[in-house]
Design a protein around this ligand. Structure first.
Ligand code: TIU
Length: 220
């Protein structure tokens, strides 16, 4: 059976080889999806981000069924906060503080972990990152290269922050990225829509975007 697929996308068709493609799920953590976490404490409405959980779940289930390589990322810091840049602490001043889901954005806390619906299973990579981009201060690039991955399907939150930063970083490292439009969300829908346009403009300056249905349809 062929492992080559073509999907309808913007700005034009996206081709990928299933064996050389990873599903990258960005920061689907309670801290960004539930009240009391980092996202809400920054002044955001988390009902705008947690609506995508079922869509991401569908994509994750299909990726598992097809044997796709799967990576889950989590934004967060060491319990002693030694890896939090003072600038990040100044502008998101609650990192490390006690919240209803544990210490905000700290590794090992309940709020830092991935939501139950998308819980990683054996064989999937869980990548902890201190920044917005998934390549910064992580071993993501070597993991992807060692696996022979060339293309990334990207889902998660938030579209204009961690998703877009990761796609830009991946693009510079030679990966072909497709952002799954309805499997990503921002606290402000305008940021989400603007991000889609920024990625696929100028002939796909950073990559492609498409509704997840387009991928699900071709994978069958
Ligand atoms: N603030 C915001 O929109 N996002 C983040 O801080 N992190 C991620 O996007 N994961």
């Amino acid at each position: 059976m062929t492992k080559q697929f073509t999907v309808e996308a913007k700005p034009y068709e996206f081709n990928f080889d299933l064996d050389k493609t990873a599903l990258v799920i960005i920061d689907m953590q309670r801290d960004f999806l539930y009240p009391g976490g980092f996202g809400e404490q920054l002044g955001n409405d988390v009902s705008k981000t947690n609506v995508i959980i079922p869509t991401v779940q569908k994509m994750l289930e299909k990726a598992r069924e097809k044997g796709m390589f799967i990576i889950h990322t989590r934004e967060g810091h060491r319990p002693d906060l030694s890896d939090v840049p003072p600038s990040k602490q100044r502008r998101g001043g609650n990192i490390g503080q006690e919240g209803p889901m544990g210490r905000i954005l700290v590794r090992g806390e309940y709020g830092h972990d991935i939501v139950d619906e998308l819980k990683p299973v054996d064989g999937e990579v869980v990548l902890d990152k201190p920044g917005k981009g998934a390549f910064y201060q992580t071993d993501l690039e070597s993991i992807l290269k060692n696996k022979g991955i060339e293309s990334l399907l990207v889902a998660g939150v938030t579209t204009h922050v961690c998703v877009q930063t990761t796609i830009r970083e991946a693009n510079d490292r030679g990966f072909e990225c497709l952002m799954l439009e309805d499997a990503c969300a921002a606290f402000d829908p305008k940021d989400h829509e603007d991000s889609i346009r920024m990625i696929n403009q100028q002939g796909g300056i950073f990559g492609w975007t498409a509704p997840s249905e387009n991928i699900l349809r071709v994978l069958g």
